[in-house]
Structures are given as structure tokens and as C-alpha cells.
Design a protein around this ligand. Sequence first.
Ligand code: MLT
Length: 236
Amino acid sequence: VIDVAFTRADLRRAEVAVVIDVLRATSTITQALAAGYRSVLCVADVEQALALREPGRVLAGERCCVTPAGFEMGNSPLEAVRVYGDELVLTTTNGAPTIVAAARHAARVMIGCLLNLEALVDALRDEDDIQVVCSGAGGRGALEDVYVAGRICRGVPGLRSDAARIAESVAGRYRSPVDALRASDHARTLEAAGLDDDIGFCARESLLDVVPRVTQARRGIATLEPTTARADTLIA
Ligand code: MLT
């Protein structure tokens, strides 16, 4: 069955979890790995990220759309186009903690957004126990994530849950990805923060052939790598 979690409170055990935070964490991760970072280390807290500082690591993230003190980069996929180190350490308000939580529930965790939609749907085609996990915002559903979840569900054959059917209907309501993303509350927040260009960037569809996967999850750190073949995930 293909199922959707509208927030991480709906996480359940599944063979594959696909985490979505299209505005902007999962778009940033996908872009960073496509650009050439070897891995992205996702953590829930700013302090955890600071403790991971090492030569070759770049600290990226946001709190209320602002780059935390001592970090090199925000959580912008536009900033992730250029590579400044070997590994990106990323902490964000909703996306990063959802990835860490998903790695505790699913045997395998993949990262999805619009940038890698086609590659992701291809990777899921033979799976039969999938939960698409929307990161949402502050424990509430977010339109932009449900839209992308619906687009994924529409591409994957097989049985679906009611939650997947709901997401598919949401996806069918919008003429284009940018219409759906711009209709969301989070688009207003990004516009107000002067991050409008990120919305257009994240709305671009199937440009990247990278499916980030969690290859290790230990001590609250989910390591993501740009694997394209099936990879076993180590669960702590
Ligand atoms: C998050 O994880 O909450 C987001 O990616 C927020 C953002 O930076 O736009």
C-alpha cells in the first residue's frame, strides 16, 4: 500500500518512507547532493549541528527562515548549487527532525521534492509498502508538502490508503507546481523573509536525477547520500 503521513505524528512502520519538505529542506538536500556534496548530515538541533563542526563540513540551516549564528549557509537550495566542502550539516525547523524521526520508523528512507520527482517515482515503482511523510509546519499539515505527496502517489502503481487519495485530490487541484507552492502559508513566510526566489526554484520539476537516501541513522544524526541503487539503512 502507498500511504501518506500529513505530519510526522502520523509516522508508522513502513518498508520505505519518503520524506517531503519541498519548501525547503528536502529541495536543499537534493540540490546539495546533486551539486557534489558527498553526504548531508541531518540533525534536529542547532547545538547538535555546531558540535558536528569539522574541517570539510559546511553548516547550513534555519530557524524562522534565518541562518543560525555560526552557520555558513541558510536552508536555501539556491545556496546549495555551489559546493563549499565535503559534507553539509543541516538542521531545519520541520524537515530535518522529520527525516531523523522517519529513520526510526522505516527500513529505508528516501528524500523527495519536485526537483527529483521523476527519479523518485522510478525508484518507488517496485515497492509495495511506502509511506510518504510530509514534514508539515509546527505539527500541522502544509499544503505544499501534501501537493508533492499527491504527485508522488499518482506516479506509483498499486493500492493506496485514504490519506494517499486525499493527497492525490489536492495534487489534481493545481495547474502547475508553482501555483500549488505559491498558494501555501509557507510561501507567504518566505516572501516576507525576502526568499521569494526559493519558491520558484523549488517548484521546478524533475531536473535532478538524484534520490537521497538515509544510509546511516545513529545518535540523532541521519546521514543522507545520493545513492541510486537500493541501499540498506542502518537503524540505531
Ligand atoms: C523547515 O524544515 O521547516 C523548512 O525547510 C523551513 C524553511 O527553511 O523554509
